[in-house]
Design a protein around this ligand. Structure first.
Ligand SMILES: *[C@@H]1O[C@H](CO)[C@@H](O)[C@H](O)[C@H]1NC(C)=O
Ligand SMILES: *[C@@H]1O[C@H](CO)[C@@H](O)[C@H](O)[C@H]1NC(C)=O
Ligand SMILES: *[C@@H]1O[C@H](CO)[C@@H](O)[C@H](O)[C@H]1NC(C)=O
Ligand SMILES: *[C@@H]1O[C@H](CO)[C@@H](O)[C@H](O)[C@H]1NC(C)=O
Length: 301
């Protein structure tokens, strides 16, 4: 960093740098990043120093550059690690002149407008739900800016992470529908969002990411060809085979058990039937004199 400062000294003579806002446009950015937050209730500025230079910063001052008096803004404080300065209660439309004095007596100055360096508060995912009936995920984003300066003046970046994939999309509205065809079935997704000013008037940087919110897609509704059908066939065949085995076992069992408990007795009807002769079927045995008519009858001498 020392080398860097020496180079800075050579490139921009201290006399030039000392003059606030006189042509040292880029130099300040090399040392400090300032971002603003704007709401109707509070307008603030935070300036973050590079780690290497933080220890070398002696003083940071901001002035109303559009005021003849060049008032110094008194409300400022420095974080414990010395890397960040905060200014609160600023005027949303003023142009400020910010000057940093280093221990080496070098002074760097730049103009800033709060509306050009806004880093919004992170939004949050109010709702992320997979709706089975429309086969889509519905995501709703909320911000701190309802009815405030930045209401409807933000672009949102939505990131959807799941099963090793990352999908990002930028939207101007606070709700998003992700069609099922862009999602895997039965998968856990994590969605998060960040916001950035967009439009002609407000400009700035991406906010920090919101906390992620999870949703899960449902299982496939339409069964794939082959898979579930084969399963159905296997099931039906199993049931039929089981039924057949049961029948065979039951039949076998009943025959064996019956045979051992009740030995088979021949049907008396059949057995006696052989001994019994029905009348009428045997040759006539009754006496009939006519039957003997042709027989030679010898008179008995
Ligand atoms: C300022 O931000 C830019 C980009 O975000 C970064 O590359 C640079 O290192 C930052 N500088 C400081 C001093 O933090
Ligand atoms: C310093 O600034 C921060 C951020 O605006 C604020 O929360 C904190 O209260 C301030 N501290 C003092 C001592 O003013
Ligand atoms: C979240 O969104 C789903 C789908 O749009 C809706 O059915 C549900 O009621 C919402 N939940 C809340 C807490 O708003
Ligand atoms: C996850 O992705 C891999 C490859 O992209 C795929 O084979 C697998 O089926 C997916 N898992 C789920 C549960 O969708």
């Amino acid at each position: 960093m020392a080398v860097f400062l020496v180079i800075a000294f050579i490139s921009f003579p201290p006399s030039v740098l000392a003059e606030s806002g006189s042509g040292s446009d880029d130099s300040l950015d090399d040392f400090v990043n300032c971002t603003s937050q704007m709401t109707m209730a509070q307008n603030s500025l935070a300036c973050h120093f590079d780690e290497g230079i933080a220890a070398d910063v002696k003083r940071i001052q901001i002035f109303f550059s559009d005021s003849l008096k060049r008032n110094c803004v008194k409300l400022s404080n420095r974080t414990e690690d010395g890397k960040t300065f905060h200014y609160v209660n600023l005027n949303p439309v003023s142009v400020y002149n910010i000057c940093i004095t280093l221990k080496s007596k070098m002074k760097l100055c730049d103009h800033i407008k709060l509306k050009d360096i806004i880093k919004p508060f992170p939004p949050w995912i109010a709702n992320a739900t997979f709706v089975k009936s429309i086969n889509a995920a519905e995501i709703r984003i909320e911000t701190h800016y309802a009815n405030d300066y930045l209401d409807r003046k933000l672009v949102f970046q939505v990131e959807i992470r799941g099963n090793g994939t990352v999908q990002k999309t930028d939207i101007l509205y606070q709700s998003l529908r992700v069609e099922g065809k862009y999602l895997e079935p039965n998968t856990l997704y994590h969605v998060r969002a960040r916001a950035k000013p967009q439009g002609d008037y407000f400009q700035g940087f991406w906010s920090d990411w919101s906390d992620p919110v999870a949703f899960r897609t449902t299982k496939l509704e339409v069964p794939e060809k082959g898979g579930p059908n084969i399963l159905l066939y296997v099931l039906i065949i199993s049931v039929v085979v089981l039924l057949l085995i049961t029948i065979v076992v039951v039949v076998q069992w009943s025959t064996e058990i019956k045979a051992s408990i009740w030995p088979s007795i021949p049907n008396p009807k059949n057995t006696l039937g052989h001994m019994y002769k029905k009348p009428g079927k045997d040759p006539v045995t009754s006496f009939n004199p006519e039957a003997f008519r042709d027989l030679p009858i010898h008179s008995v001498d």
